[in-house]
Every structure is written in C-alpha cells, then in structure tokens.
Design a protein around this ligand. Structure first.
Ligand code: ZN
Length: 450
C-alpha cells in the first residue's frame, strides 16, 4: 500500500491525521486477515504548491520565508513533530517514509521516459504532461478534459499546449530547493510525479492499494495515474481508497478559522491522542466526520469504559486465552461478539459496528450475564480488538491512562488534606495494583510506571 503522507511545512492538524489513522487501520485489518502488507507513506518536502494545482508558492518555501528559516530546517522540525504525533496516536510505523527530496533521480528518470514516449513535452526548462495523450484521464475523479478546459481560468499559463496539462518539472531560479538536472540548473519536481516515482521505487510498477484524503483525488491522484500508467505502459494501482474530510462543528476546518486543532490543543483540554484515535474509529472513512468537543468527550468516556472492562476482567483473575469458537458454543456472548466484530470489519471497514459488538459484550458483563469461564476468551477478543483499533492503554499499567493517574493522585492529595487517610491509602493501593509507583518529593508527588 502507498499512502500520500503529509506535506511537512506545518505540524499536521487533527483533520490531516484522519487519513493517516485510516491507513493504519487498513493495515491492521489486512494483517488480522493474515495478509502480508508492505506499507509506504511519503513525506512531501518540496514541490507542493499552495494552490495544489500549478499556481502559487511552494508551501515549504512560503513557510520558510514566514519563519525566517531555511526550508530544510522546517522539514526537519515538522517531520519530527509528525512522527511524535503518529507515535502518540498509536500508529504502527510504516515500512518506509520516503522523502521527495531523496528521490529526485527517480523522478527525473520518469519524466525523461514520458518525454521520450511523447506523453510529455518540454517548454524551456519546464516539462508538462500532455493530458490528451492519455485517453482515460479523468477516470478516477470523473473530471472530463473538455469540462476542465472549458472551465479553465483565463490567466492560464499559455506555454502549455492544453489548459489541462500539468507540470512534471518546473524551473525557477529563485526557488530555494532546486536541482541541476538534464532539464536545466534550477529545477524542482511537480508534486504529482513525486508520488508516482516513490511508489514505483518501493512497491514496483503495479501494486494493490493507494490511499489519501478526498482532496487528493483531483488533481493529485488523477495525475499520478496518468503519469504512471503512461510511463509503465500498464496498470498502476488496483484499488484507490479516500478518506472523507474531518469537519469541525459542522463546517470546514482551517488555519484561518482558528479550528485547525493539533494534538496539543486536545491535550490542553484533557484529551489524549488515543481518545482522538477512538473518535476516528467511530466513523466510516467514506463519510465526513464532524469533530465537536462533545463528541470527543463521548469518545474518551467510551474508551475509558472499554479500558475499565478489560482491567476488571484482568483483575478478576482472567488471562487472555486462545479463542476456540467451537468449544464456546453459539450462545456464548463472546462468540457472538467476535462474529459481529469481524463481520463488521469485513463489511468495508465498518468500525462503528465493530466497536458496538465490544460494547454489547461489556454490557453483558456489567449485567452479570457473562459467565466467569468466558473471561479468558473475552480478554482474547479484546486483545484482538486492540490489534485492530489500538486504543487501549498499555496493559502493564492496569489500563490507567496518564490522565487517570494524575486524577487519582490529585484525589489522594485532597483526601490527605481532609485527613481521610483510609481513602488516601485506598487510592495508593489502587495505583500500586496498577504498577504505578508514587514518590513524594518537595515539588509534589511524582509517579512512574513499573
Ligand atoms: Zn501523493
């Protein structure tokens, strides 16, 4: 699988992470089905213009000027933040995260091939793809060349043969990130050719799945198909999957609207990255999802309930045990939950149904309808769910999140101040049972796991 990754000019906001969390989910579901997955996600560090199409500044260079930094420094800083966020979100690392600027040679080679095959043409030091040379252009997005050209803006770059042609290679002596190649001394790649070249390098000419956000369908992925299928003279990708946008309070999310939240904004309000992950798993990738603080609060509570369910099963002596559905019998609550859990995932990744199956099981437990003999298999099902959803807290800490630990420590302090030592001791015991060690220091209570 190849996933269009972030353009590393600004720390991605939570809406950007929706597509990356989907990529992670997809991999985990395929692996649950015993498929072997090679997962590649690129980092775009040059050539992505503000306008997505041909016009405007390079996003990285615009940011560099604003911050009075070198674009390469921005790349380093933002990439580091991105990986930190991905880690906090519980995303399994992809097999590689290629950077566009490390693959200029591969891009140049593909552009040269397209020129040689008459799918592309040079105008001075610029190179354009001739969309009329690829009859199925528009297959993915439904955009027809005629309509695109009829709607083309008047100020279109008139060195192109047709208004819908797009740049493969651009030249600009003022560009900060530029390469001296066969096309001239001051060149840089178009955004679309980057993904075609990197996907080919890591996954070969023809591979299974390519994903991205819905904004990538056109022009980005449409152009990738045109370039790759033309250059390789054959099929490129078997399946395209796109995640719909995350909205905020029913509207668009954007920097200028002040609602392009980052994980830090969530943490400031007391929500963890895993709470956000859980919220994303509640919606289908095919539908836009509306972010509200209320919805995030609901997700955090639901996640806590599942964590608590698992802690209680563990606390009552359960140990995860290999699942044997046949020995469970069809009437077993766990067997039913597992069938529903898997069936929903197999139904176009219906994660909300799949999660609902876990809550049905939890309710059975809460109402005393879950036989204690089933606790080990129930734990095994929760472990399987964790392998797909990845939102459980680490088991070593008895399922307590950092936030819950802080809360308990605060309560303990209050209990001591009120001379309620029985309550203070009870909290200390609870934390000890969860393998949290407390240390009273002059600066207050410090804690660590283990
Ligand atoms: Zn891409």
């Amino acid at each position: 699988m190849y996933h269009c990754g972030p353009t590393v000019y600004q720390r991605p906001h939570i809406g950007n992470y929706r597509a990356f969390l989907f990529a992670d989910l997809l991999r985990r579901v395929l692996e649950l089905a015993d498929l072997k997955v090679t997962q590649i996600m690129n980092l775009t560090d040059v050539g992505h213009l503000v306008d997505d199409a041909e016009e405007g500044d390079d996003k990285l260079e615009a940011q560099a000027r604003k911050d009075k930094l070198d674009p390469w420094q921005i790349v380093e800083k933002v990439s580091a933040q991105f990986f930190e966020d991905m880690n906090a979100l519980g995303v399994q690392p992809a097999h590689a995260y290629p950077r566009a600027t490390d693959h200029i040679e591969e891009m140049v080679e593909m552009v040269e091939k397209l020129i040689e095959m008459k799918h592309a043409y040079r105008v001075g030091d610029n190179v354009y793809f001739d969309v009329h040379s690829f009859p199925s252009y528009g297959r993915l997005s439904g955009n027809r060349i005629e309509d695109l050209e009829a709607g083309a803006r008047l100020e279109v770059n008139d060195e192109k043969k047709h208004p819908a042609d797009f740049a493969l290679w651009k030249s600009d002596e003022h560009h900060l990130m530029k390469w001296d190649t066969v096309f001239g001394p001051h060149g840089f790649p178009g955004w679309h050719i980057e993904c075609s070249a990197m996907a080919r390098k890591f996954l070969g000419d023809h591979f299974d799945i390519h994903t991205g956000g819905e904004d990538n369908v056109f022009p980005h992925h449409e152009c990738e198909i045109a370039q790759s299928e033309s250059a390789l003279n054959g099929p490129f990708v078997n399946l395209w999957m796109h995640t719909k946008f995350l909205q905020v309070d029913g509207g668009k999310m954007g920097k200028s609207l002040g609602n392009a939240y980052t994980l830090d904004d969530l943490a400031e309000r007391g929500f963890s990255a895993l709470d956000y992950r859980f919220l994303m798993m509640r919606g289908s990738y095919r539908n836009s999802l509306n972010f509200t603080w209320e919805a995030l609060k609901g997700a955090a509570e639901a996640r806590r309930n599942l964590n608590d369910f698992r802690s209680r099963l563990l606390g009552e002596g359960g140990e995860p045990e290999e699942m044997n559905l046949e020995s469970l019998g069809a009437e077993s609550a766990v067997a039913k939950a597992r069938v529903a859990f898997r069936k929903a995932l197999a139904d176009d990744l219906n994660t909300s149904e799949s999660l609902a199956a876990l809550f049905v099981l939890r309710n059975a437990y809460v109402h005393g309808e879950l036989d204690a003999a089933e606790y080990p298999v129930a734990l095994a099902l929760l472990a399987e769910a964790d392998s797909v959803f990845g939102f459980f807290d680490s088991i070593e800490s008895g399922g307590l999140s950092d936030q819950e630990i802080d809360q308990l420590i605060q309560e303990r302090g209050e209990a001591r101040a009120a001379k309620d030592f029985a309550r203070a001791d009870a909290i200390r015991d609870e934390l000890t049972a969860a393998k949290i060690t407390l240390e009273d220091t002059p600066d207050g209570v410090k804690w660590f796991r283990g």
